[in-house]
Write a protein that binds this ligand. Structure first.
Ligand code: 5GP
Length: 137
């Protein structure tokens, strides 16, 4: 499987399509998921190309997981959450839909189920949640 530079997250990295960015450093970018399954659902990606965990270098994984931890702590604080779900899917059979490595970070409240996948979020709410996370990083 080869990396397709026209995938949607590569376009976000190049600034060709908009995203609600909440954090970035030299190696990684975090932005809000456009179809949030929980308030505060965000994605962390490496700035360099790889499809997923199966072809990522140890350096890419290390950089991404460092940012995942930072954003998990920040989003838990921002939403006064009880826990955080972290998800990462590999290839179509593994549930992956966008083929640029990404980790989902979802702040969770006790007793509140995830919303179904594939439902567009309210852009105003996503922007507000992005502000809350940015302030907590
Ligand atoms: P996965 O590949 O792990 O199954 O999920 C891809 C995720 O990317 C989904 O949660 C989906 O909502 C999100 N997504 C798909 N297209 C876009 C987009 O254009 N912008 C943003 N911010 N998220 C997207």
């Amino acid at each position: 499987m080869t990396y397709d530079p026209e995938n949607i997250f590569a376009k976000i990295l190049r600034g060709e399509i908009p995203a609600t960015r909440v954090y970035e450093d030299d190696e990684t970018l975090a932005f809000m998921d456009i179809m949030p399954r929980a308030d505060g659902h965000l994605l962390v990606i490496p700035k360099t190309p790889c499809r997923n965990t199966l072809d990522a270098s140890p350096a890419q994984l290390e950089a991404v997981i460092r940012t995942v931890q930072k954003l998990a702590i920040a989003s838990k604080a921002a939403f006064d959450a009880d826990g955080v779900t972290i998800q990462q899917f590999n290839e179509t059979a593994g549930g992956q839909e966008v083929f640029h490595l990404h980790f989902h970070v979802l702040p969770r409240l006790d007793g509140v189920a995830l919303r179904p996948a594939g439902q567009m979020g309210d852009m105003e709410a996503i922007a507000k949640h992005g502000d809350m996370i940015r302030a907590a990083v």
